[in-house]
Each structure stands twice: as structure tokens, then as C-alpha cells.
Ligand binder design. Structure first.
Ligand SMILES: [Zn+2]
Length: 110
């Protein structure tokens, strides 16, 4: 059986089997990663997987799961950065909508 050596940031070097590793290959290559649960500390370890790592893991028997990066992640953002004040104003605007909705939902008494 293939043994895969990886490292846990807490425990150091660990040995894994292909079944222990999840390989997530992204349509946007820099977002590809592999993950495993460390057998010592039980934390999930997630690390980037470049083309070389993807090839090594696939050749070691780890099935690649392909995932698509949502297109909006790569959109160029323009305009000013959203601030806490913007969020507070938005929250206040939403509460005003609630007040309007409650008034509209109140039955009219004749
Ligand atoms: Zn660990």
C-alpha cells in the first residue's frame, strides 16, 4: 500500500494512506488543495496543491475531486471599500423596512 508522508503544523511528519487524503483540484489552479485529518491531534490539515503535488498524490492513488471556483471570486472590484459605517447604515435601513412592513401588515380598523 502506498504511504504518503505529509506534515501537520502541530505534530510534524505524519504518514497517511491514499484513503486518508482528499485532493481538491480547482478550475483556478492556485486554489487547489489537499486535506487530511491528523491522526494525532485530530485537526484537519489543509495545504495548497500545485501541479507537482497533484501529480504525486494522483500517482499515489488519491482520487482528484474537481471543483469550480465561483466566477465572482475573480471579478475585479471597483469603488470604495465597504466600511463598518456602511454596514451599520445598511442594518438601519433594513430595520426601517421592517417597520414599514409591520405598518403595512396591520389591519385597518374602520
Ligand atoms: Zn496533528
Amino acid at each position: 500500500m502506498t504511504t504518503i508522508k505529509a506534515s501537520c503544523p502541530t505534530c510534524g511528519e505524519v504518514e497517511l494512506t491514499p484513503a486518508d487524503v482528499s485532493l481538491m483540484v480547482c478550475s483556478h489552479a492556485p486554489m487547489s488543495y489537499y486535506a487530511f485529518q491528523c491522526g494525532t491531534c485530530c485537526e484537519e490539515v489543509r495545504k495548497p496543491a500545485d501541479d507537482h503535488v497533484v501529480s504525486l498524490l494522483v500517482s499515489g492513488g488519491v482520487p482528484a475531486q474537481v471543483w469550480e471556483l465561483p466566477a465572482e471570486v475573480l471579478e475585479v472590484k471597483s469603488g470604495p471599500v465597504l466600511t463598518y459605517d456602511d454596514l451599520l447604515d445598511f442594518g438601519l435601513a433594513l430595520s426601517r423596512l421592517d417597520e414599514l412592513a409591520s405598518v403595512a401588515a396591520t389591519p385597518v380598523r374602520a
